[in-house]
Ligand binder design. Structure first.
Ligand SMILES: [Zn+2]
Length: 55
């Protein structure tokens, strides 16, 4: 089984961890009520999804 031959230096560990930050959540506009909502999810304001009322 593949196994690391050498321990990563503190610098290399930290360089990799520099990319561990979270990206801000993307938001889209609801087609029904124009409110902001998460993409591919039922609107939390009006309960619509793809033009029809779900909730
Ligand atoms: Zn809506």
């Amino acid at each position: 089984m593949a196994h690391p031959k050498h321990r990563k230096s503190k610098s290399k560990t930290r360089m990799g961890r520099a990319h561990h930050h979270l990206r801000p959540a993307s938001l889209v506009e609801c087609n029904n009520c124009r409110g902001v909502k998460m993409p591919h999810r039922v609107c939390p304001h009006c309960g619509h999804y793809k033009g029809s009322a779900i909730v």
